[in-house]
Design a protein around this ligand. Structure first.
Ligand SMILES: [Zn+2]
Length: 82
């Protein structure tokens, strides 16, 4: 770990309707493929994609329930665990 976890760059997707999170994935090489796939889906669905930090995700982790779409706990976990 050469970088404090809180500063880990993290992609988030925000719901176009309510503005809450629909996706969070830490930006690191072993997640790049998954992130790229998810981000492409988010953009296609009209959501907003931003690049922020893991600490931001922890402080703003309110998840969209508009479509009763399950959150992605495994990706959130990847964003907030070392
Ligand atoms: Zn929503």
């Amino acid at each position: 770990m050469t970088q404090p976890l809180n500063d880990a760059p993290t992609y988030v997707g925000k719901c176009a309707t309510c503005g809450l999170l629909v996706f969070a994935g830490v930006d690191r090489p072993d997640m790049a493929r998954e992130n790229a796939k998810e981000i492409a889906n988010l953009i296609r669905d009209g959501h907003t994609v931003e690049r922020t930090t893991a600490v931001w995700v922890r402080e703003h982790s309110k998840w969209c329930r508009c479509n009763d779409k399950p959150a992605q706990p495994e990706l959130l976990e990847a964003a907030v665990t070392p």
